[in-house]
Design a protein around this ligand. Structure first.
Ligand SMILES: NC(=O)c1ccc[n+]([C@@H]2O[C@H](COP(=O)([O-])OP(=O)(O)OC[C@H]3O[C@@H](n4cnc5c(N)ncnc54)[C@H](OP(=O)(O)O)[C@@H]3O)[C@@H](O)[C@H]2O)c1
Length: 309
């Protein structure tokens, strides 16, 4: 089954092949009918704001500016994300130059309005936290940050009053806490006090299904999923495995990266998966995982079995 009306441009080209190329060029009816990127509500939004299910992580790939060519390549990644329906960019004070790169690109490309930028700070102590927040505003070249996380659960009880105050003052739109350690279950402690939570979840790391994901759903906390591709580890594991025909036909996806992302975003508690990439072509491929059919419970287990066999 290759239902072109439910398939995005880049995946459609891979699935349907060159014979169909002409009918999927921009401006053609099939391209115009490409499936929209799935959106999920931010439960605590007063304006019923929604976010696309696929975003962009920046921890390692945006960590250094590099030369002019490297900045142009990063700009192409951001442009593709925002022009093909994505919005979410996840950065952090700790990701070396990443915040500054994101701030510069959004300003110079004039794409700030389309983006939903999340960042994080992880200092010990109130004053150090406030100093880090001040640097984030400067790096991101803005006076309003969409989402501020306390990074890696550092000194949470000290920082929660601070971030709540920034939110009350209209400087942060949303607040959250992130963690990707083996102790991430502890995030459940603060679930009543935050709008977003971020942690890792992927086909071979499913601990979050027990408590974190159900609790986030129950309490109306939006979820960003970090490391949805297991830092590329999961893709390495299938590099010699043929892509399953059933996934092409039933889920209209063409790559293992898309299959991994479809697994993550098909969990009903997940708001947005934030795969990181330095490559423009991978941005489009990753966004396409949020279009067309998502796996049901049986298909999710079939996907997981590819990695957990
Ligand atoms: N404590 C926290 O809050 C925390 C901790 C860790 C991470 N995070 C967030 O989560 C984000 C994602 O985590 P991550 O960057 O460590 O790992 P990841 O997104 O699981 O994997 C990134 C790797 O996958 C590759 N990749 C991406 N798309 C691909 C595709 N379509 N095909 C083939 N390879 C692809 C990238 O290489 P290419 O560049 O070649 O595409 C990169 O090497 C981070 O960037 C960060 O924003 C948060």
């Amino acid at each position: 089954m290759t239902d072109t009306s439910r398939c995005s441009r880049s995946t459609f080209l891979k699935v349907a092949g060159a014979a169909m190329l002409a009918s999927t060029l921009p401006g053609s009816p099939s391209f115009a009918a490409a499936a929209p990127l799935a959106m999920r509500p931010i439960p605590k939004s007063k304006t019923k704001e929604q976010l696309p299910v696929i975003g962009l992580g920046t921890s390692q790939v945006f960590a250094s500016r590099g030369d002019a060519a490297a900045m142009t390549a990063k700009g192409d990644v951001v442009k593709t994300l925002l022009q093909e329906g994505g919005r979410v960019i996840d950065t952090a004070a700790a990701y070396r130059e990443s915040e500054g790169v994101v701030g510069e690109l959004l300003e110079t490309l004039k794409l700030r309005k389309q983006a939903f930028v999340a960042t994080k700070f992880g200092e010990q102590g109130r004053d150090n936290g406030i100093a880090s927040i001040a640097r984030s505003f400067k790096n991101l070249r803005t006076d309003m940050i969409d989402l501020m996380y306390i990074h890696n659960m550092v000194d949470v009880d000290t920082h929660l009053p601070t971030i709540k105050q920034y939110k009350a003052d209209g400087k942060f739109r949303y607040i959250g806490i992130s963690d990707t350690s083996n102790n991430q279950d502890k995030l459940t402690t603060w679930m009543d006090q935050i709008d977003f939570v971020e942690f890792n979840y992927s086909v071979d790391t499913r601990e979050a299904e027990k408590r974190l994901l159900p609790m986030a759903k129950d309490k109306g906390v939006a979820v960003f999923v970090a490391l949805p591709l297991g830092r590329g580890r999961l893709l390495n594991r299938v590099k010699d495995t043929p892509f399953p025909e059933w996934a092409k036909a039933e889920l209209q996806c063409a790559t293992f990266a898309q299959l991994l992302l479809k697994f993550v975003v098909s969990h009903p508690a997940v708001t947005t998966a934030i795969p990181a990439t330095s490559r423009q072509k991978h941005v489009g491929e990753n966004l396409d995982a949020g279009r067309g059919p998502l796996p049901d419970a049986k298909q999710r287990e079939r996907i997981a079995a590819i990695w957990n066999a």
